[in-house]
Design a protein around this ligand. Structure first.
Ligand SMILES: [Zn+2]
Ligand SMILES: [Zn+2]
Length: 355
């Protein structure tokens, strides 16, 4: 029988990844496309990609596919050929990570979901295909310079606090669902201004731009390929970089450095830091920013309480390789709550710049 799951435990898988003698490429892609039988497609892709040695986290729904992957460099041609063999994947644009140690994933997971991004929209009159104008990096930079332009970060507060575009509105939200509720309210009265949206890889803006147009905004634009592809384009074409700090990503790297600016602060001591971690105590698993000194002092825990509890129950240790959540399912159930500690890091609240 074909193997449709990972047979060995994650510690072993992680060890195997670290010992690999070849390089891997971290890439991502998504497509809104009709998939009649996501479950059958899932099994087929699992068998083919497992045979190629691909790792990653892939979501399939009737509305499309959303994939973050780690592909062995030496089988890249075979992987691209494989994509061409599937109607749903032929010609899909790939985004290649800019800061990559090749250790972004250590296993292959394909899951079926009701939607490829949880948006909470339940309005039969809404047509999600009427998206905004797609801008490349040069066009996005130029549009940012135009007087009256509003730049809106469509990601969650913990993503924007370690990196964002200059002058962007950073809504204080935990989920994409909340973001879609809050942004039209934040922008009310600005229906005729130029609006620029951006997110990690572009997938959330596909939904958000259509949603804002549906809410009566007339000049809605979005960064094509998101921050990931913006970073590639500015490097390749020598363009000025208007994104400061790190791009939060949903794999083991937890972020790609785009500029040298450190925008975040350690949630415990307030020192400049943009390194996210999960609390070392599994039952807590809190996502927070922690500097190396605080990490050492608290043994990777979010505070003394977790440190004490962890010392009593060593089996409660979080496997360091367990990703805490992902972009596709960033809903109430999986989103980290804000850290409850005496010295919380501050992040910028959503604000509309006066023009
Ligand atoms: Zn600290
Ligand atoms: Zn904790």
């Amino acid at each position: 029988m074909a193997v449709l799951h990972n047979p060995v435990n994650r510690e072993l898988l992680r060890k195997q990844l670290m010992e690999e003698a070849f390089h891997r490429v971290t890439l991502s892609f998504y497509r809104y496309v009709r998939i009649a039988d996501p479950s059958a497609f899932r099994d087929q892709l699992y068998q083919e990609w497992h045979a190629l040695g691909c790792f990653g986290r892939i979501y399939l729904a009737e509305e499309g596919i959303n994939a973050q992957m780690s592909v062995p460099e030496h089988i890249m041609d075979a992987f691209l050929q494989n994509l061409e063999q599937h109607d749903a994947l032929r010609g899909v644009p790939l985004k290649i990570a800019v800061e990559d140690d090749g250790k972004s994933f250590y296993k292959l997971t394909l899951k079926i979901r009701p939607k490829i991004v949880a948006d909470g929209i339940d309005d039969p009159a809404f047509d999600s295909s009427k998206v905004g104008r797609h801008l490349n990096a040069a066009e996005f930079n130029a549009a940012m310079e135009e007087p009256g332009t509003l730049v809106v970060d469509m990601r969650n507060h913990y993503e924007s606090k370690i990196g964002h575009f200059e002058g962007a509105i950073l809504p204080d939200v935990d989920t994409f669902r909340e973001e879609l509720e809050q942004v039209p309210r934040l922008l009310a009265g600005q229906e005729d201004r130029k609006i620029l949206l951006y997110c990690t890889g572009g997938i959330r803006c596909e939904k958000a731009s259509a949603w804002l147009k549906y809410q009566g905004f007339n000049d809605v634009n979005q960064l094509h390929g998101g921050i990931i592809d913006y970073a590639r384009q500015i490097r390749e074409h020598g363009l000025p970089n208007k994104f400061k700090g790190r791009n939060f990503v949903f794999d083991e790297r937890m972020g790609e450095r785009i500029s040298e600016d450190v925008l975040g602060k350690c949630d415990l001591c307030g020192e400049p830091c943009d390194h996210f971690t999960n609390c070392a105590r599994k039952a807590c698993h809190q996502l927070f920013i922690q500097c190396p000194a605080c990490s050492e002092r608290l043994q990777g825990c979010c505070g003394p309480t977790c440190q004490d509890l962890l010392a009593k129950t060593s089996s409660d240790k979080t496997p360091t390789d367990e990703a805490f959540l992902d972009e596709a399912s960033s809903d109430e159930k999986t989103t980290p709550t804000k850290l409850n500690n005496p010295n919380p890091g501050k992040y910028t609240k959503g604000r509309i710049p006066k023009h």
